[in-house]
Design a protein around this ligand. Structure first.
Ligand SMILES: [Zn+2]
Length: 630
């Protein structure tokens, strides 16, 4: 009985000792950190002069009851184990009382509603932001108190996240906040998208891509390169899926037949399974690349090739069909069926690469069918060398095309040379220095992408490229290459020499090409091939405000420009395509040499009258703005 009453006495003393909010506050502060007298007083927000007596009294009550202890050797006050225990119980009690009178409800993103629970914030800080348990506990507690003090009854999970981020920002815990950021679009932007876009699918795609772009910036890209992209000095082409998909795989009809994902389709006897499912294969491969696919035609099975040409003509993604000189016997038939398709539809996503047919192009029948194809908006690449593999990216890989089957272009980044020069205040030394820095950052990002892609494909996340064939994946990441584009080369060289005369700037342009080549090869590992290209993605050109590599200067003749362009491009032999307006221009070049040419003028089809007209026109001849393809 005596024992019991003694215990009760202590308990009641402790309750009394906690009878003032400031004492609880002192315990909470000391639980986080032992402090000196003056520091403690300041942290409790008591005035050094006017509150001195009050503070001394409260502190002495806590010490009398064994909740706080003074350590004379280091002159600090610490919370005792009993103090910790008491505080813990008091807080639990406090919390359950508060819950009873002040209910805080949270609506989660899955639409369920539940009671606010501080532990969830704590867990999230540990799991998502990688914070240590103690810090997470302290922060979660503080956030809870602040949320209750707002006096609201109803919160949403995203709002709590924003609130947590605001508190982290306030505490200068930027690195944690970074990882907790929510990716997405403001309501206003989504409404805007819905009103601007033609179809709802476009809205979904665009919104999804925006989230992935933000993800790439926050999580995947080296920070300096992300900054360089945002400032417009470089353009990371196809940023949304930069880390997840290859830019342009090269396939052959033979390699496509190795993929067995469509084997449950009932085939009729005597027909090639490939022919029966051509459209499905084209569709499956279309969505597995970021930009385009190449298809090397290495069979003389005319029916099979025709089936693929038709499937490609109606597909949503870009395809480049490569016909090599080995096919001489059937190439004319293939072109004729292509011209037939071109009469009925527009071909904005179709490009045709003829390897080793430069002499044949001047034959009348041949040229006529090609012109039909060009008029329907298809892109035509004439590759001079027999040993080259043009891809839709407009790069000619200077090896046998077969070497690129089941691999291809992994990614590309475009340099905005005039902008880099401006950023160096037109100072030449600073320009070279910045250029070197940027190129090595790009090479770094390209290697990160290679790694990322390798694991995505190994993990079977990208069908059909992930399919296993004799123990290997269909798409071979190791053999692929990446590209650095030199956008605005002439513009930058003219500004470097301070002359509008294009021919005066030639040596400077040559120097830039050589330098970037050298930098790219120096900073990349030998097996990770990085090529330099003088042809830029439309996306980059538009973003850089129209600075183009291939606009030929007004103050020189076409032949002069052609000579220079050829010389420049021989410095980057893997990328030696020259942009022409049409076949007639090709005819005017007496000695085309070993250069490769691209002819392309995009067309669109009117959805009202069915006429085909240049995509650059705002509306059809009939006055309609509606298009079937864009
Ligand atoms: Zn029309």
């Amino acid at each position: 009985m005596e024992e019991e009453s003694k215990g009760f006495k202590t308990l009641s003393d402790i309750f009394k000792a906690l009878g003032f909010p400031v004492r609880v506050e002192i315990l909470k502060i000391l639980e986080r950190n032992p402090l000196r007298y003056s520091e403690l007083m300041k942290t409790v927000r008591l005035d050094r002069f006017s509150d001195a007596g009050k503070f001394a009294y409260h502190l002495s009550k806590l010490m009398e009851n064994g909740l706080v202890e003074y350590k004379p050797e280091s002159k600090i006050y610490v919370i005792t184990p009993l103090g910790k225990d008491v505080l813990n119980h008091a807080m639990n009690l406090f919390e359950s009382l508060r819950r009873k009178e002040n209910v805080l409800l949270v609506r989660r993103t899955d639409s369920s509603i539940e009671l606010f629970d501080r532990k969830r914030i704590e867990e999230c800080l540990v799991r998502e932001a990688g914070m240590d348990q103690d810090t997470a506990e302290t922060i979660a507690l503080e956030i809870e108190e602040r949320l209750y003090s707002l006096g609201v009854k109803y919160l949403t999970a995203p709002l709590i996240r924003e609130y947590v981020n605001a508190v982290l920002l306030e505490k200068k815990m930027e690195n944690y906040r970074h990882r907790l950021t929510r990716l997405g679009l403001p309501v206003h932007d989504v409404s805007e998208l819905i009103s601007v876009k033609r179809g709802l699918d476009d809205v979904v795609n665009e919104a999804g891509e925006e989230v992935l772009r933000q993800y790439a910036f926050l999580v995947k890209l080296p920070r300096e390169l992300g900054d360089a992209h945002l400032s417009g000095m470089v353009n990371i082409n196809h940023l949304a899926s930069f880390m997840f998909k290859p830019e342009e795989p090269v396939n052959s009809l033979e390699s496509l037949s190795l993929v067995k994902t469509y084997s449950y389709i009932p085939f009729s006897s005597g027909q090639s399974p490939l022919k029966q499912v051509a459209w499905r294969i084209v569709e499956a491969f279309s969505s597995s690349s970021m930009h385009a696919n190449s298809l090397l035609v290495n069979t003389d099975d005319l029916e099979l090739v025709e089936e693929f040409l038709k499937s490609i003509a109606i597909s949503q993604r870009k395809w480049n069909v490569i016909l090599s000189a080995k096919l001489e016997s059937v190439v004319f038939e293939i072109l004729r069926s292509l011209a037939e398709i071109a009469e009925k539809t527009v071909l904005p996503n179709f490009s045709l690469s003829l390897v080793g047919y430069d002499k044949k192009v001047s034959e009348e029948g041949f040229a006529n069918t090609l012109t039909k194809f060009l008029n329907a908006g298809g892109a035509l690449i004439l590759a001079g060398s027999q040993n080259s593999c043009p891809t839709h990216h407009l790069t000619v890989l200077n090896e046998d095309a077969d070497n690129y089957v089941r691999t291809g272009v992994l990614s590309s980044v475009s340099l905005n040379l005039p902008r880099i020069l401006e950023n160096a205040s037109l100072n030449e030394d600073a320009f070279w220095e910045n250029l070197g820095e940027i190129v090595s950052r790009i090479v770094e990002a390209l290697e990160l992408k290679r790694e990322s892609l390798r694991s995505i494909i190994e993990d079977r996340k990208l069908l059909p490229l992930s399919c296993r064939i004799n123990g290997e994946t269909y798409f071979l990441v190791e053999k692929g290459c990446s590209i650095i584009e030199l956008t605005g080369l002439y513009d930058a060289s003219c500004r470097l020499v301070g002359s509008q005369d294009a021919s005066a700037s030639f040596p400077e342009a040559e120097k830039i090409v050589k330098k970037v080549n050298e930098l790219a090869h120096k900073s990349s590992k030998r097996e990770n091939r990085v090529l330099v290209s003088l042809v830029s993605h439309e996306e980059a050109v538009q973003r850089f405000g129209g600075t183009r590599v291939n606009v030929f200067p007004r103050n020189m003749t076409f032949e002069e420009w052609f000579r220079f362009e050829s010389r420049l491009k021989s410095l980057t032999p893997e990328s030696n395509i020259i942009h022409l307006q049409g076949l007639e221009e090709l005819g005017s070049l007496r000695k085309a040499g070993r250069a490769s040419f691209l002819m392309y003028s995009p067309k669109t089809m009117c959805a009202s009258c069915g006429r085909i007209y240049p995509a650059s026109e705002e509306k059809c001849f009939c006055g309609s703005y509606l298009r079937t393809a864009f």
